[in-house]
Design a protein around this ligand. Structure first.
Ligand SMILES: *[C@@H]1O[C@H](CO)[C@@H](O)[C@H](O)[C@H]1NC(C)=O
Ligand SMILES: *[C@@H]1O[C@H](CO)[C@@H](O)[C@H](O)[C@H]1NC(C)=O
Ligand SMILES: *[C@@H]1O[C@H](CO)[C@@H](O)[C@H](O)[C@H]1NC(C)=O
Ligand SMILES: *[C@@H]1O[C@H](CO)[C@@H](O)[C@H](O)[C@H]1NC(C)=O
Ligand SMILES: *[C@@H]1O[C@H](CO)[C@@H](O)[C@H](O)[C@H]1NC(C)=O
Length: 299
């Protein structure tokens, strides 16, 4: 009897031990679960939404949709926007941005700062900083340069000298130097490495490794986020999280996008030529498309 009682006791302790282990294990799992939930909980707890924002609006990259989101946010939150002086649509583009291109920047003396800046401009950090707060969140958007060039060709066909005299993008890419005059610099900016140009860099520079790396580092250091057009929805999720905005702040309408009608996809050979022709943009896109996350780059 005593021995079987001892056995029962041992059994009891074993069960208790198992139970304790189970609770411990469950605790671990719970802990992990809580850990997984933390970023979402943190969304609300991290503080007020970011309201000082500079968006470098690149061309033909779905950036108008982002512009619209920012304008709406500025309006609903009563924020000041750095708008172009003289009723223009852009902030001095294609010339490098100057603070005086902003409406009212010089009224009441220098030092006037704005919350939101998002119109087309050619990036020039020292001048942008003159009109934006020091804690401004900088971001931009990049698109696969092959699709970006296709879109530019359709949209700027009659404006850009390099595209004016050529019937198709295929023909242009077969012999770009026949149509592209480098000394026409600014007016041909949409015809080659246009995102590189928008970032304020030389779009005609040879794509040498040291030069490219140095400029990519500049971009990484200046911008907190590079959205990717091909991953637009994921990009918006990431943007919302970083800015701590509400969902309805980033609900987007597609603006200014080409109708499927006008899209004539390039052949694989022409795509390769486009990558070569826009080698700087190709490096830029490749770098930020793979920096982190599924298609979203965050430095
Ligand atoms: C909006 O901002 C302006 C100037 O920053 C201020 O004068 C005005 O009272 C604000 N309006 C609301 C509704 O908060
Ligand atoms: C386009 O072609 C016409 C006639 O061939 C020529 O006069 C004109 O200079 C060309 N324009 C450009 C931008 O090359
Ligand atoms: C390129 O543009 C410059 C400046 O307008 C002009 O002098 C030159 O003749 C052009 N070159 C070609 C090959 O058209
Ligand atoms: C992105 O979101 C929009 C609107 O919510 C939706 O219509 C579209 O199908 C989504 N695109 C992708 C690729 O998920
Ligand atoms: C961009 O990144 C995505 C996801 O990693 C990848 O599938 C895609 O091939 C990349 N695009 C290019 C053009 O490299």
């Amino acid at each position: 009897m005593p021995s079987s009682l001892g056995g029962l006791q041992r059994c009891f302790w074993a069960v208790l031990l198992l139970l304790a282990l189970a609770v411990l294990l469950l605790g671990c799992i719970m802990h992990v679960d809580i850990g997984l939930l933390m970023p979402q909980l943190g969304d609300q707890a991290d503080g007020p939404p970011v309201t000082n924002v500079m968006f470098l609006k690149t061309h033909k990259t779905a950036s108008s949709t982002v512009l619209n989101i920012l304008y709406r946010f500025a309006e609903t939150h009563n924020l000041s926007a750095a708008l172009p002086a003289g009723g223009r649509f852009h902030l001095g583009y294609p010339w490098l941005f100057l603070a005086r291109y902003v409406e009212g920047a010089e009224q009441g003396g220098p030092g006037r700062r704005f919350n939101i800046m998002c119109n087309h401009l050619r990036f020039n950090p020292p001048e942008v900083q003159k009109v934006m707060h020091s804690d401004t969140f900088y971001f931009s958007i990049l698109r696969n340069p092959v699709f970006q060039l296709e879109s530019s060709f359709v949209y700027y066909k009659s404006h850009v000298p390099a595209f004016r005299n050529v019937s198709s993008l295929d023909a242009f890419l077969a012999s770009p130097w026949t149509y592209y005059n480098q000394s026409l610099g600014l007016s041909n900016a949409h015809a080659r490495n246009s995102m590189w140009f928008d970032l304020g860099f030389d779009n005609g520079a040879p794509p040498e490794e040291g030069y490219v790396r140095a400029r990519l580092l500049d971009v990484e250091q200046r911008f907190q986020l590079l959205l990717i057009t091909e991953h637009f929805n994921e990009s918006m999720v990431l943007l919302r999280r970083l800015l701590r905005w509400r969902l309805d702040d980033v609900v987007a309408f597609r603006l200014n996008s080409r109708s499927q009608h006008s899209v004539t996809p390039l052949s694989p050979a022409c795509q390769e030529r486009a990558k070569h022709w826009c080698a700087l943009d190709w490096r830029l896109y490749q770098h930020f498309n793979r920096t982190s996350g599924p298609g979203c780059a965050q430095s």
